[in-house]
Design a protein around this ligand. Structure first.
Ligand code: V47
Length: 364
């Protein structure tokens, strides 16, 4: 296998991966550009093994999207709708509580809850959502509100991001999901999501959360109009932030789904690019403990293969995925836990059910 990597002209990077030496942006570009996917996968597997050994993770989680009403209306998003649109919805606190209550007989350990940037829901609504979920399911970990939503909540609460996060934490918030990061480049944000919190703003909210002891995830929405340089700029900003706070748990590359968006003329991502993003992320983000292959976006089959290209996590049961399905995802909206176990085992890894913070719940 070493010969494969040397033959691809990546022998120096093999040395770097083995010694744990940090990759430069130029190294990252070479990895993105190599046509030799098996060589790239081999390099990423060295890094994956160092971080996670034989283990691959999944979680028993439930997604809840309290509202799709959004003032940002990003061009790549099919989920967000203007208030008054026939497809717009918002759930009351009681409705969200009912969604959680309906699955009390399932061993769910995490509620993943995000929504749009709503023009007029009051700050108290968000605190009540957290409190209501905790009342129905006291043990559950609530991973909710992207950095973009947190910045909005700080604005409507009239407080600093830090004070807002502390209050949300008090009401039951356990950690932040990785959405809303998109591509940090100001060029991409101007072209695709001009009203959204800036990349630097996103990083600042994440770092503030980390300083309060709240862990968070990070994502990158790839496969639209971004360049390879812009992908690496994004990864480098995450790596630098992680050097400072060590608060990120996992990185999740999100494959762009064009259907029903304002960018619907673009094609879907390819399998090669999906694997490449996982592998480059695993090689480049040397300070991230986990890399997730989100089966909803790349399909369970490719997510399973991604376990040999740097990923160590398949996300989870999900239960009711909306955001990607509005944009044309053809995957199921939920996955049985025994299927996740089988996918992992067949890939030669030890399946581990984890909680949000990667504590092991059950080793299979
Ligand atoms: O914030 C929006 C992205 C995100 C599209 O933290 C799209 O563990 C693809 O962040 N095609 C939501 N992506 C999903 C997300 C997530 C999912 C699973 C796990 C975690 C985690 C986070 O999806 C949005 C946005 O960045 N998105 N539209 C689209 N058309």
């Amino acid at each position: 296998m070493d010969a494969l990597v040397t033959g691809a002209g990546l022998g120096d990077l093999l040395e770097k991966m083995r010694s744990g030496e940090r990759l430069s942006r130029e190294d990252g570009l070479r990895l993105y550009r190599t046509p030799d996917l098996p060589a790239l996968g081999y390099l990423a597997d060295i890094a994956r093994r160092r971080h996670n050994g034989d283990k691959a993770y999944f979680i028993y989680n439930q997604h809840v999207n309290y509202s799709n009403i959004c003032t940002n209306l990003c061009k790549f998003c099919a989920f967000g709708k203007e208030k008054g649109s026939p497809l717009a919805y918002e759930m009351s606190v009681a409705e969200v509580a009912a969604k959680v209550r309906a699955r009390l007989d399932e061993p769910i350990t995490e509620i993943h809850m995000v929504g749009g940037i709503h023009p007029d829901l009051p700050y108290g609504y968000y605190l009540d959502l957290l409190r209501a979920i905790k009342e129905v399911r006291p043990e559950v970990h609530i991973q909710a509100f992207t950095c973009v939503e947190i910045a909005h909540l700080a604005e409507i609460s009239g407080q600093s991001v830090e004070a807002t996060l502390a209050e949300l934490q008090q009401a039951g918030l356990g950690s932040l999901p990785g959405g809303g990061a998109e591509v940090f480049s100001p060029r991409i944000r101007a072209l695709t999501c001009e009203r959204k919190l800036s990349g630097a703003g996103w990083i600042e909210v994440a770092k503030t959360a980390h300083r309060l002891g709240l862990r968070s995830n990070a994502t990158m929405l790839y496969g639209h109009i971004e360049t390879l340089d812009e992908r690496l700029e994004h990864l480098e900003m995450l790596r630098e932030a992680q050097d400072e706070t060590n608060g990120f748990l996992t990185f999740i590359p999100l494959a762009f789904h064009p259907k029903n968006t304002e960018m619907a003329t673009l094609s879907r991502t390819t399998g090669v690019d999906d694997l490449r993003n996982i592998a480059v992320a695993r090689c480049f983000l040397d300070n991230f403990p986990h890399i997730k292959a989100y089966w909803v976006m790349i399909g369970p089959k490719l997510a399973q293969v991604a376990l040999a290209f740097g990923a160590d996590d398949l996300d989870g049961t999900v239960k009711e995925e909306v955001i990607t399905h509005m944009a044309g995802a053809e995957t199921e909206q939920a996955m049985a836990s025994n299927r996740l176990v089988e996918l992992i085992r067949e890939a030669g890894r030890v399946p581990v059910e984890r909680d949000t913070l990667y504590n092991e719940i059950r080793v299979y």
